[in-house]
Structure formats: C-alpha cells, structure tokens
Design a protein around this ligand. Structure first.
Ligand code: ADE
Length: 214
C-alpha cells in the first residue's frame, strides 16, 4: 500500500517513520511512504502556499492551486484523497480497516487558519482525528499511517497468524481492546501477577484473557 503525504513540513515525518514497526513495514515492502513538499507545486519565487483571506480577517489561508497541482501529479490510477481538518469525520478503527484495503491513500495536511474551501472539490473525504484543534494535519497523517499499517497483513505478528487455526487470536483481533498484560517481576510492591498467568495452563489462560478483554 502507498501512502502519499502532502505537507509544507516534510522533515516532521523523518523520525517517526524511521523507527519500529513502520520502518520494518517499509523495509519489508508492505508499505511505501512518499512525502511531498507542497512548496514544490508553487510558481512564485517565494514558493508561497498561503495568502490573506478574501473578505478580511486574521491569519492566512492555504491556497487551492498548489494543493490541486500536487494531487493531480500524485494521483495516478485509483487513489483515495483525504484532507485533514478538525471539521472532518472522526477517524476510528473502522476507517483504519477500510483504508488498509486501499492501494494508494493521498493525505493533504492542512495548516494555518484553514484551507481554501475549493480544495474540498478535489478530495474524497475530510478527516479529523478528534474533537480538538491542532496546528496542522501532520500529526493526524502519522496517526493514520500508524493505525492503517498495523492492519496490513504481515506487518505485525498477530496478523500473520492463520486466523482459522487460532480462534482465540481471531476473537482477540476483533476485540476492541486487549486483555491486561503483565511481565516480570511477578510481585512488584505487593502488586501481584494473576495466578492463572503463571499456571502454564494455556486453555485457562486463553479463557481468562477472553473474559478480561474490554
Ligand atoms: N487539523 C487541525 N486539527 C485537526 C484535527 N483534530 N484532526 C485532523 N486535522 C486537524
């Protein structure tokens, strides 16, 4: 699956996408992440991506033309284009599942006080990651890449298990939240690991985990 991110801060993504599961998913060619600098789609010498709002008012508005050009250049074949905005549909696990089946997800990161309304003509969906206002769409883009990548088969261990032969894993995979987990030590300041987890009885452990998951 390809993720194409359109942003004016391409460097923001370097560290997060080059660590851990997201890095491994790229190394294993399960995903490809392309970061596009919106300023490469401008035409003036200042490489402007924003301008004053018509009708007056504070702040700047991201211009439609560079975003339009970037989408047009990147969108080859079938692709879904989303725009991050606090006004969008709230991103959830269902959307992550839906996106994980796409070939190409193009994400436009808004910035400043807003984006020219006409940009919406060129996107399929407006997406918010929660009911609060951020300074831009870069963190939302990282969240979407993260949540979607871990659902791509072969990216994390549980996904690569044969669902049919592991009914517990199957049920747990569909569980919204996981069961409580513990690691060493067995007793920390008199806070003890549940006995069943130390019992070695795998059937009982599986049942306990099913009962405990939220
Ligand atoms: N841009 C600013 N706030 C946002 C939010 N909550 N979700 C997505 N994009 C945003």
């Amino acid at each position: 699956m390809k993720f194409n991110i359109i942003t004016i801060f391409p460097e923001i993504f370097d560290s997060y996408f080059n660590e851990s599961i997201i890095k491994r998913a790229q190394d294993k060619k399960k995903i490809k992440i392309n970061i596009h600098n919106l300023r490469d789609y401008t035409k003036d010498k200042h490489r402007s991506v924003d301008d004053k709002p018509y009708g007056g008012g504070p702040g700047m508005v991201m211009m439609v033309e560079p975003i339009y050009k970037a989408i047009k250049k990147i969108k080859k074949g079938k692709a879904k284009v989303i725009l991050f905005s606090p006004k969008g549909k709230t991103f959830d696990q269902k959307m992550a599942n839906r996106y994980s089946k796409l070939d190409n997800l193009i994400m436009v990161c808004g910035r400043y006080e807003g984006v020219d309304e006409r940009v919406k003509k060129f996107v399929d969906e407006e997406v918010s990651i929660g009911d609060y206002v951020l300074t831009g769409g870069e963190i939302p883009a990282m969240i979407v890449v993260d949540a979607v990548t871990r659902l791509i088969p072969g990216v994390i261990a549980i996904e690569s298990l044969k669902e049919e032969s592991f009914s517990l894993e199957k049920e747990l995979k569909h569980a919204k939240y996981e069961y409580p987990q513990y690691t060493r030590p067995e007793n920390f300041n008199n806070l003890k690991v549940p006995k069943v987890l130390l019992s070695g009885n795998h059937k009982k452990i599986k049942q306990w985990r099913l009962d405990k998951r939220i």
